[in-house]
Design a protein. Structure first.
Length: 170
């Protein structure tokens, strides 16, 4: 039991480091670059990000719970191009570098889904359900959506998750 707790703590630390590296740091770097290069420009008030290849693009996806329990975290940012999956049940970390086309396909699916216009939470009630959390940062926009297996969610959200799942390392 003590070994299990030690491994769980070690994986929690790894996940925290990955979140800092792949989610928070790109946002900080982008904010610094944005402030330095655009001091005299006016920001657009649109809720839809512009689709430039140089915009910061990152996501954090979490899936946990269920009758057959899962506890998986997936992280990606376009600066490092590293796609990292952490499975806390099997105590494994896998990663791979995404190709530009894969990143573009995922970004296009997110824009087509109008992710930034979706609700922040979709609530459903049930037993032994899996919970999901997806945070996406694109340019200056960032949004988190939570839902579970019993939730009624837009098909576009399921399409984004399918795109992420298709990218998982072998």
């Amino acid at each position: 039991m003590e070994e299990l707790l030690t491994n769980g703590l070690r994986m929690s630390i790894i996940v925290c480091l990955l979140v800092v590296n792949f989610v928070l740091m790109p946002n900080i770097i982008f904010a610094q670059q944005h402030n330095n290069t655009n001091e005299n420009t006016t920001e657009s008030s649109s809720s839809t990000p512009n689709s430039t290849e140089n915009s910061v693009f990152s996501f954090y996806f979490k899936e946990e719970g269920g009758l057959l329990p899962v506890n998986i975290y997936v992280l990606f940012d376009n600066l490092s191009k590293e796609f990292v999956q952490v499975n806390l049940i099997t105590d494994t970390v896998s990663e791979r570098t995404l190709q530009n086309a894969e990143t573009s396909n995922l970004r296009d699916a997110i824009l087509a889904a109008q992710f930034f216009d979706l609700r922040s939470a979709y609530v459903g009630v049930g037993a032994d359900i899996r919970n999901y959390l997806l945070t996406i940062t694109y340019g200056t926009n960032s949004k988190t959506i939570s839902w579970n297996d019993a939730s009624v969610v837009p098909e576009s959200l399921n399409n984004i998750v399918a795109e992420i799942t298709n990218l998982e390392p072998d």
